[in-house]
Design a protein around this ligand. Sequence first.
Ligand SMILES: NC(=O)c1ccc[n+]([C@@H]2O[C@H](COP(=O)([O-])OP(=O)(O)OC[C@H]3O[C@@H](n4cnc5c(N)ncnc54)[C@H](OP(=O)(O)O)[C@@H]3O)[C@@H](O)[C@H]2O)c1
Length: 312
Amino acid sequence: MTEKATMKAVVIHGFGGPEKLSVEEVSIPKPGANDVLVRVRAAGLNPVDWKLREGLLPSARFPMTMGIDFSGTVEAVGPAVKKFSVGEEVFGQVEADDIGSYAEFCTAPASACAAKPDGLDHVQAAALPVAALTAWQALFDLGQVQPGQTVLIHAAAGGVGSFAVQFARWKKARVIGTASTQSLVTARNLGAEEVVDYRKMKFEEMVRDVDMVLDLIGGDTQERSFKVLKRGGIIVSTVQPPEQQKLDQFGVRGLMMRQKPNGEQLQKIGDLVAAGTVKVNIEAVMPLDQARAAQERSQSGHAHGKIVLEVA
Ligand SMILES: NC(=O)c1ccc[n+]([C@@H]2O[C@H](COP(=O)([O-])OP(=O)(O)OC[C@H]3O[C@@H](n4cnc5c(N)ncnc54)[C@H](OP(=O)(O)O)[C@@H]3O)[C@@H](O)[C@H]2O)c1
């Protein structure tokens, strides 16, 4: 267990823009009975981070340390934790409102963590939890994707989309992805058989009879997606609940999902990455002190893969 009582962390004291982020010295969190305390080596960014900062999601305990995804080394365990021991390398996601992973230490429920395979470095591992679990749960828990089915994945080269394309291919589904010109090659390399440049073409004029749409964009993109589904197909959105009236009109199913922490699924995903079956599409690795620039990049809505903060 560390002798230190305080640590460096990126915190906010109220909602607002990227200028609200500040690097401060704060108390090291204490693990609860079912938690691990982790010395963070890398913290992955997700759009939910800046959405939390802006006050767009229900969460308001200040000061709030930012960040959900992490990879690092177990520093201490709560009395009820059997799964991990001190010194083990783990990756996972924090769950408490005020605990974050943009920090030298964080706590997380042991159930939300997985052992980091040796074949995975901390940056790769920290890029996985929220994005890869979202893709996994959307495709397999909700979409029930089967071999031979066709899946349309919007934003196929972004954080969630990059994993979704590869998971669907691994399941032997046929993948069509939307992306902008500069990401078409990436989407294809990840496993999309067909790619549609969303800025130049209308996917609804090129695609039809798909079994599932993974909607990572919402708005007009979701609106135009109903008609490409076959009857009985499903649209799963991470951003906006599909309107029931539209679902009825097109004879399709649909839902808005919320990603759930899941250490077992995360372990399977980590093993797929370590085996080389799934690649981690990293856009940028930045030092913790540059959390503001990292969130600005994420908030642009045009990240081409995962952004990860390295914690020295
Ligand atoms: N509900 C949940 O539990 C949950 C979980 C995870 C994520 N989410 C949400 O899901 C969304 C996606 O997350 P993410 O991590 O994948 O985000 P991301 O990494 O920031 O994705 C950005 C990607 O979106 C692409 N894009 C932008 N506009 C597009 C359009 N009209 N059509 C197709 N692609 C477009 C961009 O491509 P170009 O730059 O090439 O334009 C970029 O590659 C976010 O809103 C996030 O908050 C929700």
